[in-house]
Design a protein around this ligand. Structure first.
Ligand code: G6P
Length: 613
């Protein structure tokens, strides 16, 4: 949450910052602001989207070659101009942008108030820049040392960038718990700093990922990295895999729609080089040396949040079904605080698109401290979670910009299916012939998803009928249950319609009371082991005059006569139903949201990367 971008070099900084902020807007869009140091330290900031900032700064003097920008997802203080970043110090000689939470800000603020500091905002961030200035004025030490000393007093998570008027060719950034990437520019003495690679990619491929507890000082064209405790670190330069065109809409109206349509390719990319049905081979390289621990695991605990948690639920069914290992799926935010029982024989799988979710990271650290082996299933290469885990597999879905996750989910499920299958094969819990037929079917999945995308027109016509509905119910059984949860989540996230996902059979224990002639019920009713049971559940809804929108297998001729609307998807193995059946649900949520005039790529109050707990 919150996006950070900064630049020092010879180019005009303002356009770099604005473009960068537009790329980072998915991390939060409550307010945006820039600071430019060019003789004076100027700040321009505005509540709302980056476009508001652009209109506000129009015609103003934004010239300069050193600056920083921020897009905010509010934690402390409502999203208004005053609380927007950058925040100034008391004298306005220092400015800061910040992603994270300073937990002990209240006590520091009280102390500073006693010393005469007056605060203009309600943010924790402003307290930190006042502290920096306070130490600078009273400490008789270098700026570098001042920042390190101030950070030493702070409890919490942060990624920060600091500019100081008296240091016109210096930029300082630091991280603890929130990401910072440094781009090494192609021009001499040119550097970029950002929350992720998206603002950097068009200028350079060479980046350094700052580690927790490190501070970077860019001074007179040179870069130095130190720990907060003043230990010098050698910058490790890596090359970005990302391509610029992946960050553009490519002719689609929204990133979300583009990402939904990318799924045949992104799912294939998640399996490419890992399976070969013709040779009967399956190998997830990232598991490597930890393979034996995996086979001998007592149980698997999956930790994740949001859509990734839904992928985790699918994985629970997969691992238990195929590999016969007991699995628990945990919300990372609950797991980390409930004193869970974890031991050395446990395998933890942390699933995360961004690789930055604060709760998931904390859950990993907790499990690590208890001796468990941690695997990651992440999308963003080089992000914090893959670096905190013992081993893992990237999903290779490519950058996902739409806040509502789509292609990352199907890639996660694909990778988790490979993991479960590899384990099952090695443990001998599935037969050779079933293993082969599942590999063959996996290779067909991208083309089946392509066919599922052909339901778009039909889904759009259904969306038109339900765009003003206030509530939705989503039902599924077995592998269809996590899909029902994910379908409901997509709808609430982007259309603000209340939607609930439920196991179809549980409907009788509560949600059935909600059903009347106005209640649309989306049911995953594909041909699989629980088909007949789901058909009975559909009848129960119809008996109460509910409206059924059914996702069925192509050629189904039973549900067709019961349901009000049917959406046909290609037949596939039970275990692969989630990947194919979620596609029309993504499209349904998308079209309803567009028809309601919602901002599908940037839904209100949400952020793509949740780096605060
Ligand atoms: C946020 C996003 C969701 C995402 C969740 C977990 O809430 O809006 O789309 O599923 O975080 O994020 P992660 O990056 O860990 O998968």
């Amino acid at each position: 949450m919150c996006g950070i971008v900064a630049y020092i070099g010879k180019r005009e900084v303002y356009p770099i910052l604005i473009k960068g902020l537009q790329r980072l807007e998915y991390r939060g869009y409550d307010s945006a602001g820039v600071a430019i140091l060019n003789g004076e330290l100027k700040v321009f900031k505005k509540a709302g989207k980056v476009s508001e900032l652009v209109s506000f700064a129009k015609g103003k003097d934004v010239k300069g070659h050193l600056g920083m920008g921020h897009t905010r997802w509010a934690t402390h203080g409502e999203p208004n101009d005053r609380n927007a970043h950058p925040q100034f110090s008391q004298s306005k000689n220092f400015a800061i942008i910040h992603n994270g939470i300073i937990e002990n800000y209240a006590s520091i603020k009280q102390e500073l108030k006693k010393r005469g500091h007056v605060f203009e905002s309600d943010t924790d961030t402003e307290v930190l820049i006042h502290l920096i200035e306070d130490i600078y004025e009273h400490g008789n030490v270098s700026l570098e040392e001042v920042v390190r000393l101030a950070l030493g007093e702070v409890i919490g998570a942060y990624a920060i960038v600091v500019l100081a008027k008296e240091h016109p060719s210096e930029l300082i950034a630091a991280r603890k718990g929130s990401p910072i990437i440094i781009g090494i520019g192609k021009e001499e003495g040119e550097f970029f700093v950002a929350s992720d690679a998206t603002p950097i990619i068009e200028y350079t491929n060479n980046v350094v990922y700052l580690n927790d507890g490190e501070v970077v000082f860019i001074r007179d064209g040179k870069l130095t990295i130190k720990t907060i405790e003043n230990q010098v670190k050698i910058p490790y330069i890596t090359e970005l895999e990302m391509k610029l065109e992946q960050l553009e809409k490519g002719g689609y109206e929204h990133f979300m729609l583009k990402e939904i349509y990318e799924q045949p390719v992104s799912i294939w990319n998640s399996m490419r080089g890992r399976i070969d049905a013709s040779k009967g081979s399956l190998k997830l390289g990232g598991i490597g040396e930890f393979e034996n621990r995996f086979y001998n695991a007592n149980r698997i605990i999956i930790v994740a949040c949001g859509t990734s948690w839904h992928a985790g639920l699918v994985a629970e069914y997969l691992f238990e079904d195929l590999a016969r290992i007991p699995v628990e799926v945990e919300y990372a935010s609950e797991f980390r605080y409930r004193n869970p029982i974890v031991n050395e024989d446990d395998i933890i799988i942390a699933i995360s698109q961004s690789g930055e979710t604060a709760d998931t990271l904390a859950a990993i650290e907790l499990a690590k401290s208890k001796g468990a082996t941690i695997f990651g299933v992440c999308n963003v290469v080089g992000s914090s979670i893959p670096r905190a885990t013992h081993a893992g597999s990237y999903t290779h879905a490519g950058p996902e910009i739409g806040v509502a996750s789509t292609k990352a989910f199907t890639a996660q499920v694909a990778v988790l299916t490979l993991m479960a299958l590899q384990l099952a094969y090695k443990k001998g819990t599935i037969t050779e012939s079933r293993f082969h037929s599942l590999l063959l079917e996996l290779e067909q999945i991208p083309s089946k998803v392509e066919r599922a995308l052909k339901t778009n027109d039909k889904v759009k016509s259904i969306a038109k009928k339900f765009k003003n509905t206030r509530n939705f119910l989503y039902l599924g059984r077995g592998y269809g249950f996590p899909v029902a949860l994910e379908g409901a989540l997509k709808l609430k996230e982007i259309s603000y319609i209340h939607a609930e996902g439920y196991p179809a059979a549980e409907m009788k224990h509560g949600p059935i009371a909600l059903i009347d002639e106005n209640m649309p019920v989306v049911v995953i009713a594909t041909k699989n082991s629980s088909y007949e049971k789901v058909v009975s559940n559909i009848q129960e809804v119809k008996a109460r005059k509910g409206i059924i929108i059914a996702i069925v297998t192509e050629g189904d001729d039973v549900v067709k006569y019961l349901a009000d609307y049917v959406i046909e998807i290609p037949e596939t193995e039970d275990i692969l139903v989630p990947i194919v059946s979620v596609v029309p649900l993504q499209l349904l949520a998308y079209h309803i949201a567009v028809m309601r005039g919602c901002n599908v790529d940037q839904p209100r109050n949400l952020a793509k990367s949740v780096t605060v707990e």
